[in-house]
Write a protein that binds this ligand. Structure first.
Ligand code: HSE
Length: 397
């Protein structure tokens, strides 16, 4: 019997509880023993819960209980999740988490403590919700040098864009229904301003690089400046606009990364990934392109990945599963201008395209404007062009 604890009984935490109850037979087979929930930590009261005796408000109950070997941290936020996780690892317990903010910010330190204590710190649910991507990237693609990662990493923004485009919903209505469905962060600014996707691309690129990619150094734009005119213009040009977490591993050993709306041609594997789904397109030098696709947010998909990590941690109680990275001894994040992109531009009909290099004309959605795709250029080069640009969006080639 593996005694486990759940820290945080919100959307994901209650999903973890439900799956452990619903699939107890399957989990017994997978883990080779039963997973028994001994504690649920939450500051709120759950007096009507059928197992209300499991609830505690004191993390010390879990830290000091030698019987508990695996803890799911699904509280979210940095504090006190960081302090609790550190104490649990130091007490010799494995911790699994869906907390991308914590993994992106303190992952290197927590992984080092787990290594020292010979326990596991697993975080499959931190990127892509229920989609297996952390373990496949770390294990199944380990024979490759990863060249590029391009992902629709935030379900809420993908859902909002899709509802706006397909169902003509306003931004606000679409956001409210993402919140009602449990997709959005407590503060949805983290979704719509791109910070959630930024943490996720930092985690994926750190895993691929083997050293920490500091998310503070990743240029991040959200979807708040995207208008229906942009979406219609992209559609007229045979493309869609998606919020993309992008990382490219440059020949000079650095990692170029950004989060921004990008123009995705209909021929791309990412173009049809709609609604709350996430899709992560990873390019390895041996395997080529592989796409990971599925439910990227929500109670049960995210809890599915958390519980699978609990099973893995229970199986490997006396052995470490090394999934992670180390602190970088130098800054490996490339400057924005080390990477050129083609840009999809909407401009006044009279605009001279001469400054944009050899442009590719594309159909325009409005008679009063022209649309084209520039030659590859840096962000600074684009900023230096004094032509009436309405919108310029990087193209995912
Ligand atoms: N708010 C996140 C999203 C939840 O919408 O993708 C999953 O990390």
């Amino acid at each position: 019997m593996a005694k486990v604890a759940i820290m945080g009984y919100g959307t994901v935490g209650s999903g973890v509880y439900d799956i452990i109850k619903m699939n107890s037979d399957k989990l017994r087979k997978s883990a080779g023993e039963e997973l028994e929930i001994k504690y649920i930590l939450d500051i709120r009261d759950f007096d009507d819960h059928p197992e209300k005796q499991l609830f505690t408000k004191d993390v010390k109950d879990i830290i000091n209980d030698d019987e508990v070997s695996v803890v799911a941290e699904v509280m979210g936020g940095l504090h006190p999740a960081y302090e609790f996780t550190r104490e649990l690892l130091e007490a010799g317990k494995s911790v699994v988490t869906s907390n991308k903010e914590l993994v992106a910010t303190y992952g290197s330190e927590l992984m080092a403590i787990a290594k020292e204590k010979n326990v596991n710190y697993l975080f499959e649910a931190s990127v892509g919700g229920g989609i297996p991507v952390i373990r496949p990237l770390s294990r199944c693609l380990s024979a490759n040098n990863i060249k590029r990662i391009a992902g629709i990493l935030n379900g809420t923004t993908n859902y909002i864009l899709y509802q706006m485009i397909t169902n003509n919903k306003s931004f606000e209505t679409a956001l409210s229904s993402a919140q009602a469905n449990g997709y959005a962060e407590r503060n949805p600014a983290a979704d719509i301003e791109g910070h959630d996707a930024c943490r996720k691309i930092a985690i994926l690129s750190s895993l691929a690089a083997g050293v920490e990619v500091d998310y503070n150094k990743i240029g991040t734009e959200g979807i708040t400046n995207i208008t229906l005119d942009d979406v219609r213009a992209a559609s007229a040009a045979g493309a869609v606009i998606k919020l993309i977490g992008y990382a490219e591993f440059l020949d000079n050993g650095k990692v170029y990364a950004h989060v921004a709306p990008m123009m995705i041609k209909k021929s791309s594997m990412l173009s049809g990934i709609d609604d709350v789904y996430n899709g992560i397109l990873i390019t390895g030098d041996a395997v080529g392109d592989v796409l990971f696709y599925g439910a990227g947010a929500g109670k049960m998909p995210t809890a599915s990945a958390v519980v699978a990590d609990m099973v893995d941690a229970a199986i490997h109680r006396t052995r470490r599963r090394y999934i992670g990275w180390e602190k970088a001894d130098k800054d490996i994040v490339a400057k924005a201008d080390e990477k050129k992109f083609r840009y999809f531009v909407r401009a006044d009909i009279s605009a001279d395209t001469g400054a944009f290099g050899e442009v590719e004309a594309v159909p325009s959605a409005a008679e009063s404007e022209k649309a084209f795709i520039t030659a590859p250029m840096t962000a600074s080069e684009l900023d230096g062009i004094a032509v009436g640009i309405k919108t310029a969006i990087r193209v995912l080639d």
